[in-house]
Write a protein that binds this ligand. Structure first.
Ligand code: NAI
Length: 255
């Protein structure tokens, strides 16, 4: 994958990078010269395949298992990355999922907490684990992967997910105000409908057809198209972007 951004010498950590947007982002960051830690939870094979792809192209990557909803595991993830690659310069909080489409009467407290933890608390934990070192070194870029659902409430059955993704946009703004004075930029991307395993699980073929009809570009996006924008946000080319959320949706939602 070709990219236009120079990330040589940087260390990147991408959560949930064994598939979809996370994997494409890890590959794009590596293609830009970064050494990459590929975090995975259960899909070790996907993470190993991503690592092999990067190494096969001459890059440097490690695969590290951690459940990013657990503070202790996040701490170990960052420590292992630090030990094997060096301190994290670029953090991409990508891990996330809708888990299950449920409307309010079926949505349990447990499921609510699980989805908020996975899509929102995980970003807090990962940011907290790298922020001190970034502030000390007065450098760093954090990119949170939100969603169009965080803007418009999402398709039916996603109030838990859309609330978490909306929270992530506000979290991005708030944290960027804390960290910008230390030279650390925090931004987000808000993908629309991207062709990943997410939709195999949560969207029927009919829904995908309907989505495509709602997109001015006439097609859903690719994970690589999200990875490229994340590389841009990670790079010095985005040096004056702070607290921003970039829509990547083919024109599906503009505001
Ligand atoms: P995906 O299902 O391929 O990726 C999600 C990744 O998160 C998986 O690799 C999964 O293993 C990982 N993960 C789940 N729980 C985890 C945990 N506890 N700890 C560590 N990793 C964990 O789907 P996709 O689409 O690539 O999703 C990536 C991100 O993009 C998610 O945050 C999703 O909400 C977001 N997104 C996706 C859109 C789409 O249309 N595909 C649209 C908007 C946002």
């Amino acid at each position: 994958m070709e990219t236009s951004f120079d990330l040589n010498g940087r260390v990147a950590l991408v959560t949930g990078a064994s598939s979809g947007i996370g994997r494409a982002t890890a590959e794009a960051l590596a293609a830009s010269g970064a050494r990459v830690a590929i975090n995975f939870h259960r899909n070790r094979a996907g993470a190993e395949a991503a690592r092999a792809e990067i190494v096969g192209r001459g890059g440097t990557a490690i695969a590290v298992q951690a459940d990013v909803t657990r503070a202790g595991e996040v701490q170990s993830l960052v420590e292992q990355t630090n030990a094997e690659l060096g301190p994290v310069d670029i953090l991409v909080n990508n891990a996330g999922s809708l888990v299950e489409r449920l409307r309010i009467l079926e949505l349990t407290e447990e499921r609510w907490d699980e989805v908020i933890d996975l899509n929102l608390k995980s970003a807090f934990l990962c940011c907290k684990a790298v922020a001190g070192s970034m502030m000390e070194r007065r450098a760093g870029a954090i990119i949170n992967v939100s969603s169009i659902a965080g803007r418009n409430g999402g398709a039916l059955g996603s109030i838990h997910y859309s609330a978490a993704k909306g929270g992530l946009i506000t979290f991005t703004k708030g944290l960027s105000k804390e960290l910008a004075p230390f030279g650390v930029r925090v931004n987000a991307v808000s993908p629309g409908v991207i062709d990943t395993p997410y939709h195999e699980q949560f969207s029927s073929p009919e829904m995908m057809k309907t989505y495509a009809g709602m997109i001015p570009l006439g097609r859903v996006g690719t994970p690589a198209e999200v990875g490229q924008v994340i590389c841009f946000l990670a790079s010095d080319a985005a040096g004056y972007l702070v607290g921003e959320t970039i829509e990547i949706n083919g024109g599906m939602l503009m505001d």
